[in-house]
Design a protein around this ligand. Structure first.
Ligand SMILES: Nc1ncnc2c1ncn2[C@@H]1O[C@H](COP(=O)(O)OP(=O)(O)OP(=O)(O)O)[C@@H](O)[C@H]1O
Length: 641
């Protein structure tokens, strides 16, 4: 057997880096500005610990376009590099000076905010440039400036240069296929996307502003009218970033206004105020900072464009936080910033990563704690917000067992009359009246207060509470709650949910009462035959001896069927293929209503009575539409003649 070593030579690897290092060519600018930021922060750190005897001053990074010369310049005032350092850090691909720096100063530099890791970022310049120059001067006095040039082949030139100030200038000779990066608007777009919150000020051109020192005097215009003289303008650097975004500050240093103005900074096109925010701040066992905002959510779970943004040391990485933030919280907005999230790896690997798992459960816990404290400290305010936040909470309860445990204590169950109960409060309240003969506690709910109005009224007349549960995933949630509370024990009774229109009210909460029918067995059989002969096939006719004042016909939609159907429509539950199942209805016929006698005794008008009563029942279920509705209206007018 032959053994050997695969020979990876620079000639092979260079084009590969160029082509495949990053799928998105535009990130070259982020990488170079990250390097410039690192160089600046390194100098800051070295001067703080007294190792660099320099005047740190007020350094900035400048990005300049030379359209005619087809060049893009990135200039910093950081540590710079000596000849040896260029040879080591630049010529050796994949040798990271950032890693080395962190290793060397590991006791003090942990929080310095250094970005680099892999020693590859610089080479991303070759994705857009045919030639790259580095002119750099180290902060160390005796070092002279150097000039490195490389045209993308493994050969480079290294000569002395006469740069006066410390720092580095990178010059990209933009390639023919990348001239978009010579356009001012394109570069501005990239700077705003990736560098909006980087820690060192970034200058891109200049702008005119009103001179703050200048007080416009009152003068007289040519008609003798008093007016203010025009404001004096001055030209200043156009700084495109905010180096101290809110999430890098301590929560105690921030007021409510600071959080809302940061929200607008993040999402300039978002005009709705967020409901509340959660400041994340942890440094053990992983580093994470950030601010999450609860936006107002509607019941329609739209794909949102304003999403949570992920940063690493204030550098924008992505707004796809899948795998890092639990799915149910991806509906929130805001930022998270963590140097501990491995980024150059696939999403599936990410989900298995220990640190990432911890981050995800930390975020879940923080959100649950915040909701719990809002609930405890301001119940009224929490109730007011409930409709806007319930989707997130309900979705979280379904998908994260830990969140379910916590949220079960503060999740609210609103009634159609606008009272809000926690689950325990609700059970306490309804237990006496809504326990059925088998000891189940039956929780009645409506999903639409208008459409199910007559059923709600019937239930309220009996003294029952009716909940209003109208979010799209509610069938999944009540299925889960029933599952968790299905056993009968000394302290607990099983819980059952039933939508008010899923059966006649006395059948929803069955009590041990004998029902007496006014009709004989024979009459009942006859009545059933008549009704079945008239109503369409999708109705199952069910005779019930109800109160004589109760409606003659009531249409109900069986709970089980409806719920399974809804669950398979909203995904992830129910029964396979149920979403295409035809609608099934029960037609409850009240044998004690006087109309039944009429139907039995009528000569010739039986069908008309049944149809009219069926249509009225359909009306109260919102089922009367199209030609049936037209026929109903005509028949009703005819009856009045
Ligand atoms: N503007 C600069 N000023 C000073 N040194 C620099 C500058 N740009 C690059 N370097 C040096 O070159 C090294 C290699 O840079 P490169 O971008 O390839 O890798 P990195 O920043 O260490 O890691 P990453 O691949 O994560 O960006 C840096 O670590 C740094 O030591």
């Amino acid at each position: 057997m032959a053994k050997g070593k695969i020979n990876v030579s620079v000639e092979n690897i260079f084009p590969l880096i160029k082509k495949f290092l990053y799928s998105d060519h535009e990130i070259f600018l982020r990488e170079l500005i990250s390097n410039a930021t690192d160089a600046t922060l390194k100098l800051k750190h070295l001067s703080t610990i007294g190792e660099a005897k320099v005047d740190y001053g007020d350094p900035k990074i400048e990005v300049k376009i030379d359209k005619e010369g087809k060049k893009l310049h990135i200039i910093d005032q950081g540590v710079g590099m000596s000849k040896e350092e260029v040879e080591k850090y630049i010529n050796e691909v994949a040798f990271s000076g950032a890693e080395e720096f962190l290793e060397k100063y590991k006791d003090t530099a942990k929080d310095s905010g250094i970005i680099g890791h892999f020693g590859l970022g610089f080479y991303s310049a070759f994705m857009v440039a045919e030639k790259v120059e580095i002119i750099t001067k180290s902060y160390v006095d005796e070092e002279s400036a150097v000039h490195w040039t490389c045209d993308g082949s493994p050969e480079f030139a290294l000569t002395e240069a006469d740069k006066k100030d410390r720092g580095t200038e990178i010059i990209l000779h933009i390639a023919e296929d990348s001239t978009e990066f010579l356009e001012e608007h394109r570069i501005r777009e990239l700077l705003v996307k990736y560098n909006k919150f980087m820690p060192v000020p970034i200058k891109f051109g200049t702008k005119e502003i009103d001179d703050p020192e200048f007080e416009p005097k009152t003068i007289k215009d040519k008609d003798g009218k008093e007016t203010k003289e025009p404001h004096k303008k001055i030209t200043v650097d156009n700084i495109i970033n905010n180096p101290n975004p809110a999430w890098t500050k301590q929560p105690s240093d921030l007021k409510d206004e600071d959080y809302s103005s940061f929200y607008r900074e993040l999402y300039p096109m978002q005009f709705e105020e967020p409901l509340f925010n959660i400041h994340l701040n942890v440094d053990y066992p992983f580093n994470l900072t950030g601010i999450l905002y609860f936006p107002k959510l509607t019941t329609n779970i739209d794909i949102q464009k304003d999403r949570i943004q992920l940063y690493q040391n204030q550098v924008f990485v992505t707004d796809n936080v899948e795998g890092i933030v639990p799915e149910f919280l991806q509906m929130l907005r805001g930022v998270i910033d963590s140097p501990d999230i491995p980024l150059n790896v696939s999403r599936s690997y990410l989900q298995a990563d220990g640190a990432v798992k911890k981050i995800s459960s930390y975020i879940t816990k923080k959100v649950a704690d915040k909701l719990q404290s809002l609930f405890k400290n301001d119940r009224e305010g929490f109730e007011k917000k409930w409709n806007d936040i319930k989707i997130v909470i309900e979705y979280g309860m379904l998908s994260e067992p830990k969140f379910y445990e916590k949220a079960f204590k503060f999740a609210l169950f609103p009634t159609v009359d606008d009272s809000y109960f926690t689950f325990d409060e609700l059970i306490e309240k309804v237990k006496p009246a809504q326990t059925d003969k088998d000891k189940n506690i039956v929780l009645l709910y409506a999903t639409n207060a208008d459409e199910q109005h007559s059923y709600i009224e019937e239930a309220k007349e009996k003294g029952y509470e009716v909940l209003l549960l109208d979010s799209p995933i509610v069938s999944h949630l009540i299925q889960k709650i029933e599952g968790e509370n299905s056993e009968l024990s000394a302290e607990k009774q099983p819980i059952k949910f039933a939508r008010v229109d899923s059966d006649f009210i006395d059948n929803l909460i069955k009590k041990d009462e004998d029902k007496v029918s006014k009709l004989t067995e024979e009459e009942q059989t006859k009545l059933k035959e008549i009704v079945e002969g008239v109503v369409p096939k999708e109705y199952t006719v069910q005779l019930e001896a109800l109160d004589s004042n109760a409606n003659p016909f009531v249409i109900t939609i069986p709970e089980f069927m409806r719920r399974m159907k809804e669950m398979s429509q909203t995904g992830g539950g129910g029964m396979m293929g149920m979403s295409n199942f035809p609608e099934m209805y029960n037609l409850v016929v009240n044998t004690n209503n006087d109309l039944m006698q009429k139907i039995l005794r009528a000569k010739g008008k039986k069908e008309e009575y049944v149809n009219q009563a069926l249509d009225l029942a359909k009306l109260s279920q919102n089922l009367l539409k199209g030609k049936d509705l037209t026929a109903f209206i005509k028949r009703s007018f005819d009856i009045m003649k």
